[in-house]
Ligand binder design. Structure first.
Ligand SMILES: Nc1nc2c(ncn2[C@@H]2O[C@H](COP(=O)(O)OP(=O)(O)OP(=O)(O)O)[C@@H](O)[C@H]2O)c(=O)[nH]1
Ligand SMILES: [Mg+2]
Length: 219
């Protein structure tokens, strides 16, 4: 566990064995607000705060996990129609860090040209944003990762940014399916044993404290 103090954020994680990290942390996660919607870099909020970006296929649960991590129901808009979020949404947490909700990729029924422009928005953010400190890659626990997921995961590995894989919608499988599903995801993504795959549910909030623990470790 890192006890590194991040300039400007005043984050010190003191008790590595305390799994109720979110309850003991010095950032007030209840002081979170939507900040801005952006497409291109000149629209991104002024830099300086560490950013944690959520990536994954459309409909995987990116907006839902942001709400769950921040104890909010409707801060990030949860899409009723998959593939709706085409922009980047920035959330400011206690003026200490930002969550970045990136557009979903890989939604089958959008046109090729639209698909590639979403790709460009994601790629530009990932390739240019110096504040990006950590990635949270989401995959649906029920499904084998797609070729888009594999591409994204390869990019993340090459970037050398800290990251975790979160397997969403864990409430939709039974306990005895869990180990097998995680193994399948690990093998499809070629995730190294040093990278954690955390089962998560925005319904039961399973995995929430573990994910906050990782965020505190990496920012
Ligand atoms: N059962 C269950 N449903 C979930 C979970 N997470 C998300 N969902 C549902 O999955 C759908 C998509 O969730 P979103 O959070 O909007 O997904 P997204 O990745 O932000 O989607 P895009 O913005 O379109 O890329 C919604 O109907 C959510 O209610 C979960 O952990 N369990
Ligand atoms: Mg969304």
């Amino acid at each position: 566990m890192s006890a590194r103090q991040n300039p400007g954020t005043n984050i010190i994680k003191e008790d590595a064995n305390n799994d109720k990290v979110a309850g003991s942390n010095p950032i007030n996660i209840n002081n979170a607000r939507f900040e801005i919607t952006a497409v291109s870099p000149e629209q991104y909020p002024e830099g300086g705060l560490p950013e944690i970006a959520f990536v994954g296929r459309s409909n995987v649960g990116k907006s839902s996990i942001i709400n769950a991590l921040l104890n909010r129901n409707k801060l990030a808009r949860v899409a009723s129609t998959p593939g709706k979020t085409k922009e980047i949404n920035f959330y400011n947490i206690d003026n200490s860090l930002r969550f970045v909700d990136l557009p979903g990729y890989g939604y089958a029924s959008v046109s090729k040209s639209k698909k590639s422009s979403w790709g460009e928005i994601i790629e530009t953010y990932l390739n240019t944003r110096n504040e990006l400190k950590m990635l949270i890659m989401l995959v649906d626990i029920r499904h084998t990762p797609t070729s888009d997921d594999v591409l994204m995961h390869d990019w993340i590995q090459h970037s050398n940014l800290p990251y975790i894989v979160v397997a969403t919608k864990a409430d939709k499988i039974s306990r005895n399916q869990l180990a097998g599903r995680l193994k399948d995801i690990r093998s499809a993504l070629h995730t190294g044993e040093n990278v954690q795959i955390i089962p998560f549910s925005s319904v039961s909030k399973q995995g929430r404290d573990e994910i906050w623990g990782k965020i505190y470790e990496f920012i």
